[in-house]
Design a protein around this ligand. Structure first.
Ligand SMILES: NC(=O)c1ccc[n+]([C@@H]2O[C@H](COP(=O)([O-])OP(=O)(O)OC[C@H]3O[C@@H](n4cnc5c(N)ncnc54)[C@H](OP(=O)(O)O)[C@@H]3O)[C@@H](O)[C@H]2O)c1
Length: 256
């Protein structure tokens, strides 16, 4: 198992904790990358390829809510950069390795907040009036649409792609905001499930034989559920794929 974190100390601590809790488990390694940066994602993918020969399961989980507009090093609005382009680009860079490891799985963590999203292709960077929940919901809608199109493109490869809502989970989610917002989040998380419970659907999709042949579905509580109508729009999924590819290709020219 390889864990990716942006903070080397925190990543090392998590690895140490996993080893303590599961001393007879397999090897656990860590790689460090800022998943909101395309250059860092590219470096991460290269490092992964140089160190490992296969990738059986890729879980795209890192994501955040930004209550004020921030911009990534590449100039993208942060929610869009981290929550969507991060998943999209890392998956792309590792896809041939995942395919050659088949049967293999891709698991994307979305959210029940996705119905709040609306994709505006003429303003993907949320310029002008910025609403954190709209940006977040849109990025989580993108996670489902990305999975849908990815799954379609992976037909016949024995690689599955599924997406999930983990539930309302008492993690550090929302603690990064400014003003009263983090206090409100911490208060509301008193009613949230534990991180252990919140991880169950991700673990189920990553490892259960029950879903070995299932692809393109949206899960909650380890069951298939229907996402919003927009999240089932194949034309929207294709357009998002093509636009994301184009945005990254333009940026890649400056990364060389
Ligand atoms: N919590 C919920 O109620 C809830 C509900 C629905 C969906 N989700 C989704 O669940 C996923 C995980 O969130 P969580 O609840 O576990 O929140 P979290 O506790 O804040 O964890 C987010 C993780 O992403 C990492 N991360 C953030 N920015 C990063 C960056 N630029 N580069 C690399 N890693 C970065 C964080 O690293 P650091 O530890 O260094 O900050 C942390 O490990 C997200 O996709 C979120 O949208 C959560």
């Amino acid at each position: 198992m390889v864990i990716v974190g942006r903070n080397p100390h925190k990543t090392a601590d998590v690895i140490a904790e996993i080893k303590v809790q599961n001393p007879s488990g397999g090897a656990v390694d860590g790689l460090v990358a800022d998943l909101s940066s395309l250059a860092d994602i590219r470096r991460l993918a290269e490092e992964f390829r140089s160190k490992y020969e296969r990738l059986d399961v890729l879980v795209n989980n890192a994501g955040a809510y930004f209550n004020r507009r921030e911009v990534s090093v590449d100039g993208f609005e942060m929610t869009f950069a981290l929550n969507h382009l991060g998943y999209f680009y890392l998956t792309h860079l590792l896809l041939d390795m995942i395919k050659s490891s088949a049967p293999a799985r891709i698991v994307n963590v979305s959210s029940g907040a996705h119905p709040m999203g609306k994709i505006k292709f003429d303003n993907l960077n949320s310029k002008g009036i910025y609403l954190g929940w709209t940006a977040y919901g849109t990025s989580k809608l993108m996670n489902i649409l990305f999975t849908r199109e990815l799954s379609r493109r992976l037909e016949g490869t024995r690689v599955t792609a599924n997406v999930l809502h983990p539930g309302f989970v008492a993690t550090n989610f929302g603690h990064n905001g400014k003003g009263l917002w983090p206090l409100f989040v911490k208060w509301s998380q008193k009613r949230a499930i534990t991180p252990e419970k919140g991880a169950q659907t991700s673990i189920y999709l990553a490892s259960s034989p029950e879903v070995a042949g299932v692809s393109g579905a949206y899960f909650h509580n380890s069951k298939i559920v229907q996402p919003s109508n927009a999240a089932q729009d194949d034309d929207l999924a294709l357009r998002l794929w093509e636009v994301s590819e184009q945005l990254i290709a333009e940026k890649e020219k400056t990364l060389a």
